[in-house]
Design a protein around this ligand. Structure first.
Ligand SMILES: Cc1ncc(COP(=O)(O)O)c(C=O)c1O
Length: 706
């Protein structure tokens, strides 16, 4: 292991990749030098994919080409400082995206499928398309498509495309895809597909007539082999009315299957027979009938693909296997019904370990099982194995972004119990002056006893006593039997007991010690962890932490040579009580499932420049907040209703047009579209008509079922 000698300018050493060296503490720092479970406990090796590691300066290095693949490495704080300088010192959160990481991940996926095909003697090819909704980051998309300038330089990866095309889920994404695909490439050979094939463009999502027309025009323009995936009987009927695919042309049809297979992951509720997406068995049967009967055979003759997607991040490989077998059988039935088929699109769902476990397979395992399942069914049914399309998003881009946030001690919760007693009424640390009821005196006396008796064998008892006493103090105060000074003293005692237990845990086992404690103790300490304030909005930048309880790896970007002394809950700067991240991952000791709440951080002095990185936020996090599927903001109106029930529209705020949604994703899309229009005026005119339209599809009135 270890990166080759070539290093990035001024990059600090590579303790993490080059073998772990001694862990001397940094001179002048109060913190303890990191022990054996110190920085290593951040679990880079578990989740970092070979792209991140601790460096010799106690920071975190990024090697975007991946460990041992011939690229350079740079310190993240330094990269962040460069980026901020470029933005004239702009503060707040900074999302760093490394397109090379996405390309390396896509190449690894492709390599796994190539190995699996060789292993099982699979005759069909594999094509990885990238789902635009996972990231609209234009440099990343251009990198993946092999159209970036300068060209990607990975010694191992080559300079061509790392993917075979794109998947889109809306009109606006279709326009963006057309803009990206139309860009000149310095290396037109489609490396990922092999040969001179056009890129693939898979059109998913709710479709209206405009969407279908646009997809047909993109196919006519020769930009891509377009698969229009019909997802409901209504879409099948609309497609049958609107689309006129030519035999052997670039416009092909697909059907999206709703599988019975379901899973228990974050998105499991949307899988299985109750999912809102796709066609069940009876609907597939009916769709085949509609397509066969309509037109003069060209519709049925263009039915080339079966698609399914059972949700993002499938945690269990057995579910993947089950889904593949079910889908392969449906595929075989379509073939037996006479459709030409030839392609099976297995969607996304390839799970990624964010460091907390929960995914029981890796990319090789996934590729092997996909290929083996399809091979087996095709052999048994006497069919030529189809070309396989994957739509992996998370697995390709999750690692590629790091959210860098300046961090500060949260004054309301940190330091109350330690040296900052002047901030408390009456110098509470020294002497508690009881001025009221005997109950209050008794309670404070008991609190002191519990504090005195904290010991390694009594950590759990001390904590449960402390919790009980705190709640009694609260009751006494509410009954008027305790002064504010006494109530504050009870809080200080409570904090000191917690602090004492934390210290005992830290000396019993490294890394803050929580892993050495009983789960109950870790649970209480986690729930009572102090806050650290991060300059970010969880809702905007890490929405899955809020919405799904997703645990992201959180790592300080400096001082890793010192033991991080505390576990802290991370509060954002929004004024919402749920604007916080109470969990993170980072264990290397194989006990990530016991991960307590919070993140491991250092004590931060006032004014200290301290930043934390929230890793693996490359998929969906940026897009979900306001640009999901590039829908942009919706139309909104403020309304008053008078006594007679008559509404008055006070203000209407416009929704986003396709053009605005694209501009929000990247100002460069507009230039791409202008260039496309110069090259292909007919397609440009069609795209121009859509650019001013609303991003949302116009559903309903789609014709009746036949
Ligand atoms: C149709 C479709 N394909 C692919 C994906 C990407 O899934 P993942 O990020 O799990 O790879 C999604 C995500 O929701 C999707 O809806």
């Amino acid at each position: 292991m270890g990166l080759p000698a070539r290093s990035a300018r001024g990059a600090p050493g590579r303790a993490g990749w080059a073998g772990r060296t001694g862990r001397a503490g940094r001179a002048g720092r109060a913190g303890r030098a990191a022990g054996a479970a110190g920085a290593a406990g951040f679990g880079f090796e578990r989740w970092g994919g070979g792209f991140f590691c601790e460096n010799a300066a106690g920071g975190v290095s990024v090697a975007p080409e991946g460990e041992g693949r011939g690229g350079g490495a740079a310190d993240l704080c330094r990269v962040a400082a460069e980026a901020r300088r470029g933005a004239e010192g702009w503060g707040g959160p900074l999302l760093l995206t490394f397109p090379q990481i996405a390309a390396a991940r896509a190449r690894a996926l492709r390599g796994s499928f190539a190995s699996a095909a060789a292993r099982y003697g699979y005759a069909g090819r594999h094509f990885a398309v990238f789902p635009l909704k996972a990231s609209h980051d234009r440099p990343t998309l251009l990198h993946l498509l092999g159209k970036a300038a300068p060209a990607p330089t990975s010694a191992e990866g080559g300079s061509g495309a790392a993917i075979s095309g794109l998947e889109v889920g809306s009109k606006a994404e279709l326009v963006a895809a057309a803009a990206l695909l139309s860009r000149e490439s310095g290396h037109p050979e489609s490396e990922a597909g092999g040969g001179q094939m056009l890129p693939l463009l898979v059109c998913n999502g709710a479709k209206d007539a405009d969407y279908l027309d646009l997809a047909a025009r993109v196919a006519d323009s020769g930009l891509a082999e377009v698969f229009v995936v019909l997802e409901s009987l209504e879409e099948v009927t609309l497609g049958a009315t609107h689309l006129r695919p030519k035999p052997g042309g670039a416009l092909r049809l697909g059907l999206r299957a709703r599988l019975d297979t379901f899973h228990a992951g974050h998105f499991g509720a949307t899988s299985g027979p109750r999912s809102q997406f796709g066609l069940g068995p009876a609907e597939i049967w009916r769709s085949l009938e509609i397509l066969r009967r309509r037109g003069s055979g060209e519709l049925f003759g263009s039915l080339r693909m079966l698609h399914f997607h059972i949700g993002s991040s499938v945690p269990d490989i057995r579910v993947v296997k089950r889904a593949l077998r079910e889908a392969a059988c449906l595929y075989a039935e379509c073939c037996h019904a006479g459709a030409p088929m030839g392609w099976l699109d297995v969607g996304g769902g390839l799970g990624v370990d964010f460091g907390g476990g929960g995914v029981n397979y890796d990319v090789d395992n996934y590729a092997n099982d996909v290929v083996a399942a399809v091979q087996d069914i095709c052999r048994r049914k006497g069919l030529t194995p189809p070309a396989l399309i994957t739509e992996s998003g998370t697995a390709v881009v999750a690692h590629s972004s790091v959210l860098v946030a300046p961090a500060h001690a949260h004054r309301s919760a940190m330091g109350v119990a330690d040296d900052d007693e002047s901030a408390l009424p009456g110098g509470l640390g020294s002497e508690i002056v009881a001025r009221s009821s005997g109950e209050a005196d008794f309670l404070l006396g008991t609190f002191e006893e519990v504090l005195r008796d904290v010991s390694p064998g009594r950590m759990r008892e001390s904590l449960t006593d402390a919790l009980q006493l705190r709640s009694e103090a609260s009751s006494l105060f509410a009954l008027g039997a305790m002064t504010l000074e006494q109530r504050a003293a009870a809080d200080v005692h409570f904090q000191r007991i917690l602090e004492r237990v934390r210290e005992l845990g830290a000396s019993a086992g490294g890394g803050g010690g929580l892993e050495a404690m009983s789960p109950e103790v870790a649970e209480i300490l986690g729930a009572e962890a102090p806050f650290m304030t991060l300059e970010l909005s969880v809702f905007q930048s890490a929405i899955d932490a809020w919405g799904l309880g997703q645990r992201f790896p959180v790592v300080p970007l400096q001082r890793l040579r010192e033991e991080p002394e505390i576990w802290a809950r991370l509060a954002d700067v929004t004024c919402d009580s749920d604007g916080r991240m109470c969990s993170s991952v980072g264990w290397s000791a194989g006990r990530a499932e016991d991960c307590p709440r919070g993140a491991r951080v250092h004590r931060v002095a006032p004014g200290e420049d301290y930043q934390v990185g929230i890793f693996m936020v490359g998929a969906y996090q940026r897009a979900m907040g306001s640009a999901h599927n590039l829908f942009g903001r919706p139309l909104s109106a403020s309304v008053a209703v008078d006594e007679a029930g008559c509404p008055t529209i006070l203000e209407v705020r416009g929704g986003a047009s396709v053009e605005e949604a694209l501009a929000a994703a990247s100002s460069a899309y507009s230039g791409d579209l202008d260039a496309l229009t110069r090259r292909d005026p007919a397609l440009g005119a069609a795209l121009g008509g859509i650019r001013a339209a609303s991003t949302y599809p116009t559903l309903g009135g789609r014709g009746t079922l036949t």
